[in-house]
Design a protein around this ligand. Sequence first.
Ligand code: BGC
Length: 749
Amino acid sequence: MIWGMTLLATACTSHRNVSSQSPVYLDESKSIEERVEDALSRMTLEEKIDMTHAQSKFSSPGVPRLGIPEIWCTDGPHGIRPEVFWDEWDQAGWTNDSCTAYPALTGLAATWNKDLSHLYGHSIGEEARYRKKSVLLGPGVNICRTPLNGRNFEYMGEDPYLASTLVVPYIQGVQENGVAACVKHFALNNAESNRHTTNIHIDDRTLHEIYLPAFKAAVQEGQAWAIMGSYNLYRHIWCSHNPYLLNDILKKDWGFDGVVISDWGAVHDTDEAVKNGLDLEYGSWTNGLTMGKTNAYDNYFLADPYREGIRSGKYGTEELDEKCRRILRLIFRTEMAPDRPFGRFTCPEHYEAARKIGTESIVLLKNEDILPIAVEKAKQILVVGENAIKMMSVGGGSSSLKVEHEISPLEGIRTRFGQSSEIIFERGYDSHTNEGYNGVSAGKEADETRSAAELFNDAIKAAKKADYVIYVGGLNKAAHQDCEDTDRLSYELPYGQNELIEALAAVNKNLIVVNISGNPVAMPWADHVPAIVQSWYLGSEAGTCLAAILSGDENPSGKLPFTYPVQYSDGPLKEAAQYPGVLEGKTGGVEAYDEPIHEMYYSEGIFVGYRWYEKQAIKPQFAFGHGLSYTRFELNDIHLDRTSIRNNESLKVTATLTNVGERAGAEVVQLYIQDEESSVERPLKELKGFTKVFLEPGESQDIEFSIDIESLRFYDATTQQWVAEPGEFAIHLGTSSDKILQTAKFSLR
Ligand code: BGC
C-alpha cells in the first residue's frame, strides 16, 4: 500500500505542474488520441489496475481523482435492463427503470430492412443514454448453427451476409447517442449447454466464411467501440482471453481500436487475461446470470493478482497501458464526448419504432386465402394458446426486461377486432413454466386450475362454434426453450401443442396458427392448417403488430432469417461430437477452472443453414428468405452491365420489380451468387445482396445491385487469403432462397 501511495503522490505532483492551463485530456478541441495519451500519462499504477476490472455487477471505475467517470454497462440487446443492486443480480426495485421493449433480434433480422436496424439502434441507444449507460451489451451476431440453441432469439439468423448487413446500422444508431455498442459473443458461442466448458474445433475456412463476417463488419463498417468475449473455448483457450481471436484476428488483422470486455464470469486466468487481448474484466465469480459473490472485486484476475504480478516483475506495464488506452478511448467516445445528446426513454417515438420493426418482422409462412381475416365473416373469434396472454419480454436470461407496457397478442386482437367481433379466449394448454425473472412476472403463470385434458377439451369445444380460430403458441422464455444458459431439448413444440393444433384443425377450417419463437420449430401439422404466421418476441407493441397483420391493416413483408427444416434429423448436426460435444479427457487446465471440457467439432464446415439443405437437396418446411405477402410481385428483366469482369472491377445487376396485386406492400429481392467452377467445394449459392422495396398496387421499380470481387471470394485456408477464382458465376434473383425468379451469368477473368 505504501508503494501505491508513493505513486499516487508522484502523479498528483505532476498534475499540479500543469494545472495552470486546462489539461489536454479535458480539452474538447483536442483529438481523442491526444486526450487519451494525456490522461494515461497522469494515471498511477493503482488507477490503471482499477480501470481494468469491475467494481460492481455492471460498472467499472474511472479515475475519480482526474474527474474521469466510471463506465456503466447494461443489457441489451432488446431493451435496457432494470437496475440491479451494486453487488448482486437482484433487481434494485427502482420505480423509474421500466423500459421500452423492442423486438428480439431474430425479429429485426426478419425485417431484412437496414433502415429499421438503424431505427432500432438509435432508439435503444437513446434509452441507454437516458439511463446513463456508457455501454449497451449488444447486439448479438452468433450464427444460428442449430435450432436447438437457446439463445438464437438474441441473434440475427443463419447467414453471415444478412447478419453483417443488419448489424452495422444497429451499431451506428446506438453510438450516435454517445453510447458504445458491445457486440457479442466473440466468438463461436453457437450453443448454450455447457457454454463455459465447450471447446470448439473448426477449420479456418469455416471460421472466416461463416462465423466471423458479422463481427468483422461490426468492427470495420459499424466501428463498434466494444466487443464481448464469449464463454466457450477455441483451441483450448477461453475466448475472453484468446490470443488468436483477440490479438491476432480482432486487433491486428481487423484493426479494432475499442475495448474487449469479458462476458460475465468468462475470465479464468491472470496470465492469459494480461497477455491475450482482454481489456476489461466483468462478472468474475458469477455464472453470468444468478450466482454472485459479494465484494470479490479485489480478487479479480486483473485486480490484486495483476498488481502482484507487476510488483514482482512478472509482468511489465505495456499491456496495462494498452488496456487503459482502449478504456480511456471508450470513455472519451461516450461519457466525456462533447455535445452528447441526453437520450429519451419510453417516449411515443420509441413505441412507434418498436411497432414498426415488430410489424415488419412478422413472416407470413402459409396462407390459403384465409388471411387477412374478413371482419364481416368473423362474428366470433376464438383465440387459443398460452402465448396470447404472456409477457414475452420477460425471461430468457440476461435479456429479460421490465417494461413500462407490453400489449399481449390477446389484447392486440381484442383492440383491433373487439368492436365488430366477439373475442373468446381459451388457454388450450398450460406450460406450467415460470419465466418470471428477477422480480418481474411474465404474467398468467399460476392462475390456471383446469387439468390438461379440461384445457384441451374446452378449447376444442369452443373452436367448433367460432368463425375463426387464432392459435397463438410456440416456445417461451423458460429454461430449455428460448433461454440463455440452456438449449432446447427437442425441435418439437412443447406442451402437447402439436396434438392440440391437429385437433383444432379437425374441427375448424378457419384456423390460423401463430408461432411465437426465436427459433425454427417442427410443424408436422403444416399441411392441415390453412394459415401459418411466424411471430417473434416482439416487445412492447407485440399484440398491436400481430393484430395489424392478421387484419390486413399492414401487409406482411418479413422473411425468414433461418431455415425451418421439416425435422431436426434433416439438419447437418448428426453426431454428438458436432453437438452437444463430447468429453475427451481434457480439463480447463487453469487453477481457477479445471472442469472437464466438452469438445465440439464443427465438422459440417461451411454447410450451415440453407447451404446444407441445398447441398443435400433436402426440402425444408420453409426455406431461408421465405415470406409471403397479401399482394403479388413480379420480377423481370434481369440485366448485367457486362458479361465478364476483372479482379478490380464491379458488376451492375438491374431488374424490375412490379406489384401486380391489389394492395400496397413490400418485397425483399434477394441476390444469391453461385460459383460454377471452383477448386474447392462451394455452397450451391450464397446470399450477397438484398433490397426491400415498397410498392403501391401496379407500381414498378428498377432495382440495382453492385457486385464486386468480395462477393465472389472464398477463404483459402492454406494461404490464409480470400480468393476469387476466374471462371463462370451465376447471379440468382429471387424472393426466397427457394424462389429464384431471374438468373444471369458472367465470368471472372
Ligand atoms: C451473458 C451476456 C450478458 C451478461 C451480463 C452473461 O451471462 O452471456 O450476454 O451481457 O451476462 O448480463
